[in-house]
Design a binder for this molecule. Structure first.
Ligand SMILES: Cc1cc2nc3c(=O)[nH]c(=O)nc-3n(C[C@H](O)[C@H](O)[C@H](O)COP(=O)(O)OP(=O)(O)OC[C@H]3O[C@@H](n4cnc5c(N)ncnc54)[C@H](O)[C@@H]3O)c2cc1C
Length: 463
């Protein structure tokens, strides 16, 4: 068990004030409040917030923090949903947002080199300006940073075709506790020399060191895309439909599903949605590539689905494609038409187990007297399970949390994971041992000790 600094002494404050002049050191409670929470709404006050603008400051900071056993919490845009950036042990929050330059977009090497504080959609725009594409697309792409995305291994709608952040990081630079600088990987798209240290940092949630530079792989921008929204009379036909499409040899860029409860909630908004009223489940595909390829894939999808007798099929490109996606974008606000609060989980199971997972999640909801919405990234078995309840009614809160525990156990029992996207952070820390064996956890702890012997990096988050 590590022993940490108990507070920020006057000597600590003097050190930080010297290293971070002016506004780059925040010590006032009002100034620090915004850094005490993230999208999880978990909250804990730090003792200090610093805003480095370069690697040298970070090296000095981590030399000092290592010597002083000072907890260090990296923070980017604070959009994490499980409290990963929340400073539960106090200590120093390091805001990475001043390091926000795209350093290079290289159309010969097909890479981008970036500082971690760049908003991911800004990085994508810089790549697009040169006809290049960085595909990972978490729904938070316009509000989260590339450093946060790498540290959480963010994934999005297009993971089914393009993978998640881990599949795109070629190299990085990290400053480790003690001030050591580790540069690993590089611009080479292939590299099999030694252990893959780059991947250790992807999804490490700032527990190994602070990322100061990231190199990502790029591909040519797809020429065009199209979307197909398909309504089905029941959930099982829709899930069989997705299989039929994959078995027909189509790899869609996105393959989303929505269950009956989700569609009911969206319809209550009264907006026109391009889906038959009789549809009790829906699939939403996106395909991308060349004009001819996209047209052919749309035809293949429609043909593969025919035997499942869809009740409606709507295809769109350009503006029409956008109209089709409004149904998917409307889900989060629509859920609150059912109940004012939700416990939102992001389990992932093998694709063949999605139907069983969705049926069982509804059953768990019924058992606890609560409505459960299931929708999400069917292509990668990643199901958003929203357990709707009223937080003003304590029995509903208790029931929602019991239901959540059962949903986690269900995911693990089906050979899946308690989190496909958001990680475990604070809110799911106690469930990590339900999924990982003690052997796996011990190995992770040993690896962390190599990078961070005093465990000062993001402590208090489960392992
Ligand atoms: C509306 C909404 C939609 C979302 N949709 C998705 C989604 O589709 N897919 C998905 O995967 N997630 C999603 N998220 C979650 C969140 O956006 C991601 O986890 C994102 O990657 C966090 O990025 P951030 O810049 O906000 O990082 P933060 O939340 O500030 O930090 C996240 C973690 O990264 C660490 N970190 C940040 N920067 C560094 C650095 N430079 N060095 C080391 N560690 C660092 C922090 O310590 C923390 O552990 C969503 C969140 C919201 C609010």
């Amino acid at each position: 068990m590590s022993t940490y600094a108990k507070s920020l002494t006057s000597a600590h404050k003097a050190f930080l004030a010297d290293l971070f002049p002016g506004d780059d050191l925040i010590l006032s409670p009002e100034g620090m409040a915004a850094f005490s929470t993230d999208a999880s709404l978990e909250r804990a006050m730090p003792w200090a917030v610093v805003r480095p603008d370069g690697r040298e400051q970070i090296e000095e900071l981590l030399r000092w923090a290592h010597a002083e056993r000072m907890p260090v919490y990296a923070r980017a845009r604070g959009t994490g949903r499980v409290g990963n950036a929340v400073p539960v042990f106090g200590g120093v929050v390091v805001s990475m947002l001043k390091m926000d330059s795209v350093l290079a977009v290289d159309e010969n090497d097909f890479v981008a080199v970036t500082q971690p504080g760049v908003i991911t959609s800004d990085l994508q725009a810089a790549c697009a300006a040169k006809g290049l594409y960085y595909p990972p697309d978490p729904a938070s792409v316009k509000i989260s940073s590339i450093g946060g995305n790498v540290s959480t291994c963010a994934g999005g709608l297009k993971a089914v075709k393009y993978g998640v952040t881990r599949d795109w990081v070629l190299g990085l630079e990290a400053v480790l506790p003690g001030g050591r600088v580790l540069q690993c990987g590089g611009r080479s798209h292939k590299d099999v020399v030694g252990l893959d240290l780059v991947r250790l940092f992807v999804g490490a949630n700032g527990k190994l060191g602070l990322l100061t530079e990231i190199i990502v792989k790029l591909i040519p921008m797809p020429e065009t895309s199209a979307s197909v929204l398909v309504g089905f009379g029941d959930l099982h036909s829709s899930l069989a439909g997705a299989n039929a499409v994959f078995q027909a040899g189509v790899l869609p860029a996105a393959c989303e599903f929505m269950d009956k409860v989700t569609l009911q909630a969206v319809r209550q908004g009264g907006e026109t949605i391009p889906l038959a009223d009789s549809a009790e489940a829906a699939l939403l595909f996106k395909v991308d590539g060349t004009e001819e390829g996209v047209a052919a894939e749309v035809r293949q999808i429609v043909k593969a689905l025919e035997p499942l007798k869809p009740v409606s099929v709507e295809t769109g490109r350009g503006d029409e494609e956008e109209a089709i996606w409004t149904i998917r974008r409307g889900i989060s606000p629509a859920a609150f038409r059912i109940k004012p609060n939700k416990v939102a989980e992001d389990i992932s199971v093998p694709r063949s187990k999605v139907a069983e997972a969705v049926d069982s999640a509804h059953e768990i909801g019924r058992k606890h007297g609560l409505t459960v919405l299931c929708f999400g990234h069917l292509g990668d078995g990643n199901i958003h399970v929203n357990i709707m309840h009223d937080a003003a009614i304590s029995s509903e809160v208790e029931a929602a949390h019991k239901a959540k525990d059962e949903v986690f156990r269900l995911a693990v029992a089906l050979g899946g994971t308690i989190s496909g996207e958001h990680g475990t952070g604070l809110t799911k820390a106690s469930f990590v041992s339900e999924q990982l064996s003690q052997e796996e956890i011990d190995t992770m702890v040993s690896i962390k000790q190599v990078f961070d012997p005093h465990s000062i990096m993001n402590p208090g988050k489960g392992w």
